[in-house]
Write a protein that binds this ligand. Structure first.
Ligand code: PLP
Length: 383
């Protein structure tokens, strides 16, 4: 039985993006592919396999459950790093299976230590340092005790990295804050070096940082949104174009989200369409329904704003996005029929719909809409 919509993943597009990105990152740095949030909606069961086929050997996830899912697929054939939550009962499993994870407080450090003792294997950790985001990260005043604990338990705590995360590298508005974070990270690294700390991997860069502040790439990058073919913000894209003479977007969208027309009807001038009064027909129009709504991850905030592709033309979402369906204005489309393909995200003919193309709507919607694509929509690999 088929679902009302499908998500196609283009391997060709992904390999293209990874070639471009790895080329900028260089061979001497580690490229970590960020696949948290169900691989930004692309499917954590499917996407990492494509990425591995395109040469990726290092993945970053948010939590221990995502790490577990990845490990089920790959065993120890790829490196896995957890950047956020490790459930207490999963710490031992991580140590046992060589899963690397962030430590940003003394509690986690102690957990890592006891797990290592129990499993009789070193815990492989990345020390996250506070540089000004004030989310997670060890503050300067606790460096000393952290270092002492590490020293006293040398073989059991194997530090793989010193890292931090920037608080919004995609926006010029945050320029000074990011610069301050970058300088602080340097000072932190020096603090450790002065005390004879071994040379571990230093990493700070996400997609936006890599493009806007290439020096943040250090020894390793953690790249999410760019590899899926989306820019973290319009500013980042414009900044990139400014520095690149050939002025074209090197990225290709990996996802195409498709459905089909369900029903078609005529609506007379002056009639309201759908629930309430948010849309009134100003002419005689043809309206089509499609079987996708907010329960399928199509944001309700795209009511009267969204655009979809039909017969290679851009058409508008009209009225409110309902739970299971929405309406589009197909007046200018020649002979639309139930069953005709509708593209919600991705390309059809010469046109392309990315979430960010919906005018004033924030780029954050790229991340949000993608990650909200329900797990049960089938992911199909094409080319
Ligand atoms: C999500 C995340 C990234 C990747 O961010 P993108 O903007 O998608 O590249 C990198 N580092 C950390 C700590 C993250 O949480």
């Amino acid at each position: 039985m088929r679902n009302t919509s499908v998500i196609e993943l283009s391997k060709e597009a992904l390999c293209n993006n990874l070639r471009f990105l790895k080329n900028r990152v260089g061979d001497e740095r580690v490229y970590s592919s960020v696949v948290k949030g169900n691989a930004y909606g692309h499917g954590i069961e499917v996407f990492p396999h494509l990425a591995k086929d395109c040469g990726i050997r290092h993945f970053s996830v948010f939590d221990s459950f995502e790490a577990y899912t990845l490990h089920q697929s790959f065993q120890n054939h790829v490196k896995i790093m957890i950047m956020g939550m490790v459930e207490p009962e999963a710490v031992e499993w991580c140590v046992e299976n060589d899963i690397e994870f962030y430590v940003f407080d003394q509690f986690r450090l102690q957990q890592a230590l006891s797990a290592a003792k129990k499993v009789k294997k070193p815990a492989r950790i990345h020390i996250e340092l506070e540089t000004g985001m004030n989310r997670t990260g060890i503050p300067r005043k606790l460096f000393e005790v952290t270092l002492n604990t590490i020293r006293e338990n040398e073989p059991l705590l194997e530090v793989k990295g010193l890292c931090t995360h920037f608080a919004g590298a995609e926006s010029v508005a945050n320029y000074y804050r990011i610069q301050r974070q970058y300088k602080m990270m340097h000072n932190h690294i020096k603090w450790f070096e002065k005390r004879g700390f071994p040379r571990v991997k230093h990493h700070t860069a996400c997609s936006a940082a890599m493009i806007n502040f290439p020096k943040t790439m250090m020894d390793m990058v953690r790249i999410g949104i760019l590899q899926y073919g989306y820019w973290p913000s319009r500013e980042t894209f414009v900044n990139f174009l400014g520095k690149n003479p050939d002025k074209h977007d090197p990225l290709k969208r990996v996802i195409t989200w498709k459905t089909h027309l369900m029903d078609i009807k005529s609506v007379k001038t002056g009639e309201f369409v759908g629930y309430g009064t948010t849309f009134m027909a100003e002419n005689d129009i043809t309206v089509a329904s499609i079987p996708v709504g907010y329960s399928h991850g199509y944001s309700r905030s795209l009511s009267n704003h969204g655009r979809v592709l039909l017969h290679g033309q851009r058409v508008s979402v009209i009225g409110l996005v309902n739970m299971n369906m929405m309406l589009i204005d197909v007046t200018n489309v020649e002979n639309p029929q139930p069953g005709d393909e509708v593209v919600l995200i991705g390309s059809q003919g010469d046109l392309d719909i990315s979430v960010a193309s919906f005018g004033e709507l924030s780029n954050q919607l790229n991340y949000e809409l993608l990650t909200r694509l329900p797990k049960d929509i089938p992911r199909i690999i094409v080319d």
